[in-house]
Design a protein around this ligand. Structure first.
Ligand SMILES: NC(=O)c1ccc[n+]([C@@H]2O[C@H](COP(=O)([O-])OP(=O)(O)OC[C@H]3O[C@@H](n4cnc5c(N)ncnc54)[C@H](OP(=O)(O)O)[C@@H]3O)[C@@H](O)[C@H]2O)c1
Length: 227
């Protein structure tokens, strides 16, 4: 199985890499600028690619990176939180620039990567998994704030749903994921679960993609997230 994971140098992305290598998959792991934890993995099945998802790429980039013609699984994991809640994502401090910066990575980035890799996922009749967050769920939002992150992750949910509809005739399954509150740099390691627990659950959800509606928003514990 051929798997490509974005934002794979640390955190949950790196956890996905380790999981799929252990499953004897061929893994293409992308990183924005710092190869990070990928440098410590000694496995012939791992290929690394430098890819900032906010930078426009074309097919010549993929060919130069020797990407395979078939991708069974694309995980759009890369994401940013933006400024902390009390320092730039509050009602009175949020700016156009912050809204756009987070949207560009968390929503547009996943869409652009999917567009570029779509023919390869279609060739494999594969799966696209988009990493959103429960913070993008309207129903779950009882505390407010976090304007940029919430808006970008909510936008990704609906973009993911459209991708699920548009690619269904090509036999591509698209699912949206919530990883739980995970101990990573993004949460200052304050999460309730560790990366291994999150990845174990998320990869099970991905394996069971056909049990969910196209474009369903599903948490690491297998429960559908209302949005
Ligand atoms: N941790 C949680 O509790 C939690 C909860 C809900 C959703 N999520 C989502 O899960 C995903 C992974 O989160 P995490 O906790 O593992 O966060 P993390 O430790 O902060 O890792 C984020 C990853 O995204 C990469 N990235 C950021 N901007 C990028 C860009 N422009 N191009 C390519 N890669 C980029 C980072 O690369 P650099 O190292 O180069 O910055 C890093 O590899 C994110 O989408 C996040 O929003 C996490």
């Amino acid at each position: 199985m051929n798997v490509l994971i974005t934002g794979a140098n640390r955190g949950i992305g790196l956890g996905f890499v380790k999981h799929y290598l252990a499953q004897e998959c061929d893994v293409w792991a992308t990183y924005r600028s710092d190869i990070g934890g990928l440098a410590d993995i000694d496995d012939d099945r791992l290929r690394t690619l430098q890819w900032d998802i906010t930078v426009e790429k074309d097919d010549s980039f993929l060919q130069a990176m020797s990407l395979p013609g078939q991708l069974d699984l694309l995980i759009n994991n890369a994401g940013i939180y933006g400024p902390k809640k009390a320092h730039g994502q509050a009602f009175d401090t949020i700016t156009t620039e912050t809204m756009q910066e987070v949207f560009e990575v968390d929503c547009v980035g996943a869409l652009k990567v999917s567009q570029l890799l779509a023919s390869r996922v279609i060739a494999a009749r594969g799966v696209i998994a988009n990493m959103s967050s429960k913070m993008g769920s309207s129903e779950d939002n009882t505390s407010g704030g976090c304007y940029a992150y919430r808006a970008a992750k909510a936008a990704l949910v609906i973009v993911s749903r459209s991708m699920a509809m548009d690619l269904a005739d090509d036999n591509v399954r698209v699912i949206t994921l919530h990883p739980g509150w995970v101990s990573t740099d993004m949460t200052n390691h304050s999460g309730l679960i560790d990366v291994a627990t999150s990845v174990a659950g998320l990869t099970k959800v991905i394996s069971n993609v056909d049990h969910y509606q196209p474009g369903a928003f599903v948490a690491f514990d297998g429960k559908v997230v209302p949005y």
